[in-house]
Design a protein around this ligand. Structure first.
Ligand SMILES: [Zn+2]
Length: 264
Protein backbone atom coordinates (compact mmCIF):
# COMPACT_ATOMS: atom_id res chain seq x y z
CA UNK A 1 0.00 0.00 0.00
CA UNK A 2 1.18 3.59 -0.63
CA UNK A 3 2.67 5.61 2.19
CA UNK A 4 0.27 7.67 4.23
CA UNK A 5 2.79 10.42 4.84
CA UNK A 6 3.90 11.17 1.31
CA UNK A 7 6.23 14.25 1.28
CA UNK A 8 5.50 14.71 -2.44
CA UNK A 9 1.94 15.73 -1.59
CA UNK A 10 1.77 19.26 -0.21
CA UNK A 11 -1.01 21.82 0.12
CA UNK A 12 -2.29 23.34 -3.12
CA UNK A 13 -0.29 26.39 -4.30
CA UNK A 14 -2.18 28.88 -6.46
CA UNK A 15 -0.65 29.80 -9.80
CA UNK A 16 0.62 33.34 -10.43
CA UNK A 17 0.00 35.10 -13.73
CA UNK A 18 3.65 34.67 -14.74
CA UNK A 19 3.63 30.95 -14.04
CA UNK A 20 0.35 30.65 -15.91
CA UNK A 21 2.01 32.37 -18.90
CA UNK A 22 5.02 30.07 -18.63
CA UNK A 23 2.74 27.02 -18.80
CA UNK A 24 0.97 28.46 -21.84
CA UNK A 25 4.31 29.23 -23.55
CA UNK A 26 5.62 25.77 -22.78
CA UNK A 27 2.87 24.16 -24.88
CA UNK A 28 3.00 26.92 -27.54
CA UNK A 29 -0.62 27.84 -26.86
CA UNK A 30 -2.06 24.47 -27.93
CA UNK A 31 -3.31 21.57 -25.85
CA UNK A 32 -0.52 18.95 -25.88
CA UNK A 33 -3.09 16.12 -25.85
CA UNK A 34 -5.62 17.11 -28.52
CA UNK A 35 -3.97 20.05 -30.35
CA UNK A 36 -6.80 22.53 -29.72
CA UNK A 37 -5.96 26.21 -29.26
CA UNK A 38 -5.94 27.29 -25.63
CA UNK A 39 -6.84 30.92 -26.27
CA UNK A 40 -9.79 31.71 -28.52
CA UNK A 41 -10.39 35.28 -29.68
CA UNK A 42 -13.85 36.59 -28.89
CA UNK A 43 -14.33 40.14 -30.11
CA UNK A 44 -11.40 42.11 -28.76
CA UNK A 45 -10.83 39.68 -25.90
CA UNK A 46 -9.20 36.30 -25.65
CA UNK A 47 -11.16 33.49 -24.02
CA UNK A 48 -9.11 31.21 -21.84
CA UNK A 49 -9.83 27.62 -22.87
CA UNK A 50 -7.27 25.94 -20.65
CA UNK A 51 -6.52 24.96 -17.10
CA UNK A 52 -3.29 24.08 -15.41
CA UNK A 53 -3.49 20.38 -14.62
CA UNK A 54 -1.61 18.41 -11.99
CA UNK A 55 0.10 15.48 -13.67
CA UNK A 56 0.30 13.58 -10.39
CA UNK A 57 -2.85 14.59 -8.49
CA UNK A 58 -2.66 16.97 -5.53
CA UNK A 59 -5.12 14.87 -3.52
CA UNK A 60 -5.11 11.40 -5.03
CA UNK A 61 -8.16 9.25 -4.38
CA UNK A 62 -7.56 5.61 -3.30
CA UNK A 63 -7.99 4.39 -6.87
CA UNK A 64 -5.36 6.81 -8.16
CA UNK A 65 -2.94 5.91 -5.38
CA UNK A 66 -3.24 2.29 -6.46
CA UNK A 67 -3.02 3.00 -10.20
CA UNK A 68 0.01 5.32 -9.96
CA UNK A 69 1.89 3.54 -7.23
CA UNK A 70 5.63 3.28 -7.85
CA UNK A 71 5.55 5.31 -11.07
CA UNK A 72 7.97 8.15 -11.81
CA UNK A 73 6.92 11.59 -10.56
CA UNK A 74 8.27 14.94 -11.77
CA UNK A 75 9.54 17.68 -9.44
CA UNK A 76 10.19 17.37 -5.73
CA UNK A 77 6.55 17.95 -4.81
CA UNK A 78 3.20 17.95 -6.56
CA UNK A 79 2.94 21.76 -6.67
CA UNK A 80 6.13 22.37 -8.67
CA UNK A 81 6.14 23.58 -12.28
CA UNK A 82 7.43 20.15 -13.34
CA UNK A 83 4.25 18.42 -12.16
CA UNK A 84 1.88 20.83 -13.89
CA UNK A 85 0.89 21.25 -17.51
CA UNK A 86 -1.55 23.41 -19.48
CA UNK A 87 -4.40 21.33 -20.94
CA UNK A 88 -7.66 22.30 -22.61
CA UNK A 89 -10.64 22.03 -20.28
CA UNK A 90 -11.97 18.87 -21.96
CA UNK A 91 -8.69 16.98 -21.79
CA UNK A 92 -8.17 18.14 -18.20
CA UNK A 93 -11.64 16.93 -17.21
CA UNK A 94 -11.14 13.59 -18.92
CA UNK A 95 -7.68 13.15 -17.40
CA UNK A 96 -8.94 13.92 -13.90
CA UNK A 97 -11.75 11.37 -14.20
CA UNK A 98 -9.89 8.60 -16.03
CA UNK A 99 -6.40 8.57 -14.64
CA UNK A 100 -5.00 5.25 -15.84
CA UNK A 101 -1.36 4.27 -15.64
CA UNK A 102 -1.13 4.71 -19.43
CA UNK A 103 -2.67 8.20 -19.46
CA UNK A 104 -0.39 9.25 -16.62
CA UNK A 105 2.78 7.97 -18.26
CA UNK A 106 1.77 9.55 -21.56
CA UNK A 107 1.49 12.94 -19.86
CA UNK A 108 4.83 12.43 -18.06
CA UNK A 109 6.45 11.71 -21.42
CA UNK A 110 4.92 14.83 -23.01
CA UNK A 111 5.98 17.04 -20.10
CA UNK A 112 9.56 15.72 -20.23
CA UNK A 113 9.75 16.40 -23.95
CA UNK A 114 8.43 19.95 -23.48
CA UNK A 115 10.91 20.67 -20.69
CA UNK A 116 13.83 19.33 -22.74
CA UNK A 117 12.78 21.42 -25.73
CA UNK A 118 12.62 24.68 -23.80
CA UNK A 119 15.95 23.95 -22.09
CA UNK A 120 17.61 23.39 -25.47
CA UNK A 121 16.10 26.56 -26.85
CA UNK A 122 17.54 28.65 -24.01
CA UNK A 123 21.05 27.19 -24.00
CA UNK A 124 21.83 27.05 -27.72
CA UNK A 125 20.27 30.21 -28.99
CA UNK A 126 21.59 32.90 -26.66
CA UNK A 127 25.00 33.73 -28.20
CA UNK A 128 23.86 33.19 -31.77
CA UNK A 129 20.99 35.57 -31.28
CA UNK A 130 23.25 38.27 -29.84
CA UNK A 131 25.47 38.16 -32.91
CA UNK A 132 22.47 38.13 -35.18
CA UNK A 133 20.81 41.06 -33.51
CA UNK A 134 23.86 43.15 -34.34
CA UNK A 135 23.59 42.00 -37.96
CA UNK A 136 19.88 42.79 -38.07
CA UNK A 137 20.52 46.23 -36.70
CA UNK A 138 23.35 46.75 -39.18
CA UNK A 139 21.05 45.90 -42.02
CA UNK A 140 18.69 48.65 -40.91
CA UNK A 141 21.31 51.23 -41.90
CA UNK A 142 20.02 51.63 -45.41
CA UNK A 143 16.63 52.98 -44.50
CA UNK A 144 14.78 55.31 -46.83
CA UNK A 145 14.71 58.92 -45.50
CA UNK A 146 11.30 59.55 -47.07
CA UNK A 147 9.64 57.71 -44.21
CA UNK A 148 10.59 60.53 -41.84
CA UNK A 149 8.07 62.80 -43.54
CA UNK A 150 5.20 60.55 -42.57
CA UNK A 151 5.84 60.93 -38.88
CA UNK A 152 3.25 63.56 -37.98
CA UNK A 153 0.42 61.52 -39.42
CA UNK A 154 1.70 58.39 -37.76
CA UNK A 155 1.56 59.84 -34.27
CA UNK A 156 -2.09 60.71 -34.76
CA UNK A 157 -2.93 57.31 -36.15
CA UNK A 158 -1.32 55.64 -33.15
CA UNK A 159 -4.23 56.69 -30.96
CA UNK A 160 -6.41 54.16 -32.76
CA UNK A 161 -4.24 51.34 -31.52
CA UNK A 162 -4.76 52.37 -27.91
CA UNK A 163 -8.36 51.19 -28.18
CA UNK A 164 -7.27 47.60 -28.62
CA UNK A 165 -6.83 45.85 -25.31
CA UNK A 166 -3.71 43.89 -24.45
CA UNK A 167 -5.24 40.51 -23.82
CA UNK A 168 -2.55 38.51 -25.52
CA UNK A 169 -0.79 36.69 -22.74
CA UNK A 170 1.47 34.50 -24.91
CA UNK A 171 2.63 37.46 -26.95
CA UNK A 172 3.12 39.51 -23.81
CA UNK A 173 5.22 36.82 -22.15
CA UNK A 174 7.31 36.41 -25.28
CA UNK A 175 8.00 40.14 -25.62
CA UNK A 176 8.80 40.45 -21.92
CA UNK A 177 11.30 37.61 -22.17
CA UNK A 178 13.10 39.16 -25.13
CA UNK A 179 13.11 42.57 -23.49
CA UNK A 180 14.49 41.11 -20.30
CA UNK A 181 17.42 39.46 -22.07
CA UNK A 182 18.25 41.73 -24.99
CA UNK A 183 17.00 45.24 -24.26
CA UNK A 184 20.36 46.64 -23.17
CA UNK A 185 22.33 44.97 -25.92
CA UNK A 186 20.00 46.35 -28.56
CA UNK A 187 19.94 49.80 -26.98
CA UNK A 188 23.73 49.97 -26.79
CA UNK A 189 24.16 48.69 -30.34
CA UNK A 190 21.77 51.32 -31.65
CA UNK A 191 23.46 54.04 -29.59
CA UNK A 192 26.99 53.24 -30.70
CA UNK A 193 26.01 52.95 -34.35
CA UNK A 194 24.14 56.23 -34.05
CA UNK A 195 27.16 57.96 -32.49
CA UNK A 196 29.43 56.62 -35.22
CA UNK A 197 26.94 58.00 -37.75
CA UNK A 198 26.53 54.51 -39.19
CA UNK A 199 22.84 54.55 -38.50
CA UNK A 200 20.17 57.18 -37.90
CA UNK A 201 18.18 55.82 -35.00
CA UNK A 202 15.25 58.23 -35.47
CA UNK A 203 14.99 57.08 -39.03
CA UNK A 204 15.04 53.41 -38.08
CA UNK A 205 12.44 54.02 -35.37
CA UNK A 206 10.18 55.88 -37.77
CA UNK A 207 10.53 53.08 -40.29
CA UNK A 208 9.46 50.53 -37.72
CA UNK A 209 6.63 52.81 -36.66
CA UNK A 210 5.49 53.24 -40.26
CA UNK A 211 5.53 49.52 -40.79
CA UNK A 212 3.59 49.01 -37.56
CA UNK A 213 0.94 51.51 -38.62
CA UNK A 214 0.55 49.85 -41.96
CA UNK A 215 -0.03 46.53 -40.19
CA UNK A 216 -2.29 48.18 -37.65
CA UNK A 217 -4.61 49.36 -40.44
CA UNK A 218 -4.85 45.95 -42.01
CA UNK A 219 -4.65 43.55 -39.09
CA UNK A 220 -6.69 43.49 -35.91
CA UNK A 221 -4.89 40.86 -33.86
CA UNK A 222 -1.84 42.12 -32.00
CA UNK A 223 -0.18 38.73 -32.28
CA UNK A 224 -0.52 38.90 -36.04
CA UNK A 225 0.77 42.47 -36.12
CA UNK A 226 3.82 41.33 -34.17
CA UNK A 227 4.33 38.43 -36.56
CA UNK A 228 3.97 40.69 -39.59
CA UNK A 229 6.56 43.10 -38.20
CA UNK A 230 8.98 40.25 -37.57
CA UNK A 231 8.45 39.05 -41.13
CA UNK A 232 8.98 42.57 -42.44
CA UNK A 233 12.23 42.97 -40.48
CA UNK A 234 13.38 39.54 -41.62
CA UNK A 235 12.85 40.55 -45.24
CA UNK A 236 15.12 43.57 -44.61
CA UNK A 237 17.91 41.57 -43.03
CA UNK A 238 18.85 38.75 -45.31
CA UNK A 239 19.01 35.31 -43.78
CA UNK A 240 18.63 36.32 -40.15
CA UNK A 241 16.61 34.19 -37.76
CA UNK A 242 13.08 34.92 -36.63
CA UNK A 243 14.37 34.98 -33.03
CA UNK A 244 16.77 37.85 -33.72
CA UNK A 245 14.04 39.80 -35.49
CA UNK A 246 11.55 39.06 -32.70
CA UNK A 247 14.07 40.44 -30.20
CA UNK A 248 14.51 43.67 -32.16
CA UNK A 249 10.75 44.15 -32.65
CA UNK A 250 10.24 43.45 -28.92
CA UNK A 251 12.74 46.24 -28.25
CA UNK A 252 10.57 48.62 -30.25
CA UNK A 253 7.46 47.47 -28.39
CA UNK A 254 9.20 48.22 -25.11
CA UNK A 255 10.54 51.58 -26.31
CA UNK A 256 6.98 52.40 -27.37
CA UNK A 257 7.35 52.63 -31.14
CA UNK A 258 4.95 49.71 -31.48
CA UNK A 259 1.64 49.39 -29.59
CA UNK A 260 2.54 52.78 -28.11
CA UNK A 261 -0.51 53.73 -26.08
CA UNK A 262 -1.08 50.47 -24.29
CA UNK A 263 2.44 49.16 -23.72
CA UNK A 264 3.02 51.27 -20.61
ZN1 LIG B 1 -7.12 18.98 -25.20
Amino acid sequence: MPELNDPYLIARVSITENTDNAHLLEVDGVCPLCGNYLLIPKGKRMNKKYQIAHIYPNSPIPNELKELQGLERLGTNCEEFENKIALCKDCHGYYDDHKTKEEYLKLIKIKKRLMAASKAKISTSHQDIEDEIVLVINSLMSIDPVSLQKMELEYKALKISSKIEMTYSILKAKIETYVCIYFNLIKETFQSLDQENKINFDLVASEVRASFLKCDEEIISKSEIFEALVKWLKSKSNGSSSEACEAVISYFVQSCEVFREISQ
